[in-house]
Design a protein around this ligand. Structure first.
Ligand code: C5P
Length: 218
């Protein structure tokens, strides 16, 4: 099939702090978004890369993506709106939807996803939940049995027609494609994820990412 990548980069990145939205901050001399996009531009199986950006971020995106062969789409107010808008920039086939806030995507994860989605509706990278899990806020309320729980990362691979079908039947926004696909009754296969794919959300995540960029793991 034709392999699309859709990088969603239309968030405001407010939890990260620091003024410039996180996807445009430099990590080892390169914008976070550019790191994220290059993983797909450089992958031999990926045929087209589209990027959903926020209105008003056009110049930032042009600068971050200078010289790369990508299609730009406008995002929306929720992540799921950005994905929905970005779908119009794709060709029928398979799409790998990926968060710009996950700048280091190992090529082997893309290989695993493309293999798995060849006999499923959707495929996602997961890692086991290693910490103790519980409900709570200021006070801990109740433990949650972590057996059988996983952390779901991106990229998430879907057949474009099935993802469109899932959107057409969706009510409200979802945080990722796997949730949307499950709600629509589609099957979601898992492949082994990678700690390098953990999302940059909080300021402390930034230090970890700087360290990765500095030791040349990218
Ligand atoms: O905010 P969060 O880190 O969960 O966002 C995950 C990804 O979704 C980020 O790469 C962000 O830029 C993107 N996003 C988007 N459109 C939105 C909100 C988030 O493309 N409206």
């Amino acid at each position: 099939p034709f392999i699309n990548a859709l990088i969603v980069a239309a968030g405001r990145g407010e939890r990260m702090g620091g003024g410039l939205p996180k996807q445009y901050r430099l990590l080892g001399g390169k914008a976070v978004l550019r790191h994220a996009v290059e993983a797909f531009v450089d992958h031999p199986r990926v045929d087209r890369v589209a990027v959903a950006i926020a209105k008003g971020h056009e110049e930032l995106a042009d600068q971050a993506l200078a010289g790369l062969d990508v299609t730009i789409a406008l995002g929306g107010s929720q992540r799921s709106d950005s994905v929905r808008n970005g779908l119009s920039a794709l060709r029928p086939g398979v799409v790998l939807v990926h968060d710009a806030a996950r700048p280091f995507c190992p090529p082997r994860v893309i290989d695993r996803l493309l293999q798995a989605v060849s006999n499923s509706d959707c495929a996602v990278p997961v890692l086991p939940a290693a910490d103790t899990l519980a409900r709570g806020g200021e006070w801990l309320e109740a433990p949650v049995d972590r057996a059988g729980l996983v952390r779901v990362q991106t990229p998430q691979a879907c057949h474009t027609n099935k993802l469109m079908d899932a959107f057409s039947r969706a009510s409200g926004s979802t945080t990722d494609e796997s949730t949307l696909m499950l709600a629509a009754g589609f099957s979601v296969a898992t492949v082994e994820g990678d700690p390098m794919l953990d999302k940059l959300t909080l300021p402390s995540d930034w230090d970890r990412a700087e360290a990765h960029a500095a030791v040349g793991l990218v």
